[in-house]
Design a protein around this ligand. Sequence first.
Ligand code: ADP
Length: 243
Amino acid sequence: MTESINNISIDIKGLTKQYGEQKALDNVTLSIHEREIVGLLGPNGAGKSTMMKIITCFIPATKGEVRVCNYDVNEESRKIRSLIGYLPEQNPLYNELYVRENLEFIAGIHGIKGKERKNVVEEIIEKVGLTKEVRKKIGALSKGYKQRVGIAQALIHNPKILILDEPTTGLDPNQLVEIRSLIKGLGKDKTVILSTHIMQEVEAVCSRAVIINNGKLVADDSVRALAQGETLEQKFREITSSI
Ligand code: ADP
């Protein structure tokens, strides 16, 4: 299987996910190109996390096809996991570990060893702006710095694709601005999907907005086109209240 024969990073066709009686995703079709920063917008319960968990091979789809860099999620999940960095909604961190120790541990899980591991960890600490806090235990960090550690963990194996589930929830206004600008910078050489219910976030960070509501894809366009003549927030309310 060749990697990415065209510039499509993530190709989703007819994706449906059923949790028992509940349909969390309903026949979603979507293609995401390399180096796009896509904002996945929708109210709570829309299906955003479910879509991310399927793309990252954490849960299987009920129906449909999902390919990541042209690999099928059902057949080549190990390969896909090596190509994706994922920050889940509940940022999973070891509070008892020191920042550097934690990142070395995660790098080790990815098979990065010895001198290379040291170099990679130092590079990532600088890239995500953790230098000042590196001597602290993770449990002693503020929410914003914990998110940076989560993003560093997702980036440590230099993935082609970053999937960030509500990366800015609970941050204060300063932290918000910093994390958004960090994510925007990462999108220069990676495909990024981030989920949020904050429209301003999509307008500030993303090139494209995908709106889902009740498991259905209800809008997909460039942020500029979607927000033409009105704010994205007005558009979002219009779309989600008409269904
Ligand atoms: P979002 O991320 O947009 O808030 P989710 O993907 O978490 O939405 O959830 C979509 C729907 O699926 C919700 O109604 C949620 O309650 C339901 N759901 C999510 N996970 C499960 C699960 N493991 N079992 C049953 N229902 C679930």
